[in-house]
Design a protein around this ligand. Structure first.
Ligand code: ATP
Ligand code: MG
Length: 140
């Protein structure tokens, strides 16, 4: 059975552009509840750890630099079928391929600066939520 939690980041491009509020509004209107949330900033080392699965990819170094280039918002979200429904809401990795009305179609600047992150599995949603939030911050 699909889990009911996912993890998201509003990435540096969207935060810097002042789109955090509009993106959170879309997330809430799509039926997701915010379980935990904070504004923070990754160091290049922490960005590297978060995206470690991509360390052999050609874009990894740039991705770590970009993800540590400014503040982000990290959040744990709750909804039935959370992982899949959230990935539908955000759209394809490359905004050029993202469906109309998706968060990335509306707000992403490029395949790298693509506005938001969404977990790709229930297992990674838990790992990523635990990466950012302590047990006491995950009580809701
Ligand atoms: P995310 O994990 O951030 O939700 P995703 O699951 O859609 O995105 P991944 O394949 O996991 O895509 O890639 C992680 C991130 O790496 C992308 O969101 C994007 O910021 C960056 N990225 C992916 N592919 C490329 C690429 N070809 N060139 C530059 N950056 C890329
Ligand atoms: Mg991914």
């Amino acid at each position: 059975m699909a889990g009911n939690r996912t993890f998201t980041m509003i990435k540096p491009d969207a935060f810097e552009a002042g789109n955090s509020g509009a993106i959170l509004k879309m997330i809430e209107e799509a039926g997701f509840k915010i379980v935990a949330m904070k504004a923070t900033r990754l160091t290049p080392e922490l960005a590297g750890k978060f995206y470690e699965v991509h360390k052999e990819r050609p874009f990894y170094a740039d991705l770590c630099k970009y993800m540590s280039s400014g503040p982000i918002i990290a959040a744990i979200l709750e909804k039935d079928n959370a992982v899949e429904d959230f990935r539908t809401l955000i759209g394809a990795t490359n905004p050029a391929n993202a469906a109309e009305g998706t968060i990335r179609k509306i707000f992403a600047k490029s395949i790298e600066a693509n506005a938001v992150h969404g977990s790709d599995s229930d297992e990674n949603a838990a790992i990523e939520g635990n990466f950012y939030f302590s047990q006491l911050e995950r009580v809701l």
